[in-house]
Design a protein around this ligand. Sequence first.
Ligand code: 2YJ
Length: 268
Amino acid sequence: MTRLTPDLIEGVPDDKIDLDSRLLKMTGKTVKGIALEAAGFDVDDMDLSGFRVGVVPITSGLGVISGFSASVDAIVRRLGMDSHVTEGTDVNGFAEAVDDGVDLIMMADDNKFVAYNTKTNRQTDNSWGTAMGYSVALKNAAGGLQGKDVLVIGAGYVGSWAVRILMEMGANVSVTDIVYPKAKALEDAYGAKALEDVDDALSKHKLVLNAAPAIFSGDRIAEGAIFSTPGVPHYFDEEGRRKARAIIHDPLEIGTAVMAVNSAKYSL
Ligand code: 2YJ
């Protein structure tokens, strides 16, 4: 799993980046609209101000990422929830949030990022949230996925979830990974088609969910392709940007928003 770095999340969420207006143009939905749909709500907006959230900085492993907790906190507040970063870290911060009576606790170490619902003892993790959020974004940008060919690049945690989610959305899903047996395992488990040649697969698909930390040169990209691409590092060369009809990307916001709304849903 890719570790976020302070430069990747600097200014997230930030009006200058204006993810909402870019998403509205590409998908017809805001981050909150995508998160609500991803969590199974059939509405574009909802009052979430009744939810209190504690974001706990975690020092274990490679330690605190400067700006991470503050960004998660800001993303959750932008959904209309009442959020704060705990003073304590780790177990201290967790206990502080529980004593405070929060509804959701959000925290991440190097391997796992969860939104824990303290009232229902259930959690939503970032791999699922990211896969679901970017699948919903792709579906809206494509005007539906029923019967359409979709390529998932990357058979890690997010890619594996994306394969299952996109198949449930009715897409014909192919999956590719630089480690081919990982893609083949998803074919065996779920019936998605495993493709061995990543570049060839890319050039033949107009709907792509890229869940790999990989960069693809523009000459490999199909004209008019829609990319829903949570993977970091994120880069498209000039040819790629010109050929793609839409490139949906942010380093943290969509996945985090989906986690928060989905875990809040457990209390409703
Ligand atoms: O609390 C902190 O500041 C750190 N312990 C945060 C660690 C953040 N975790 C990661 O970057 C993981 N690799 C998972 C991130 C998933 C984002 N899609």
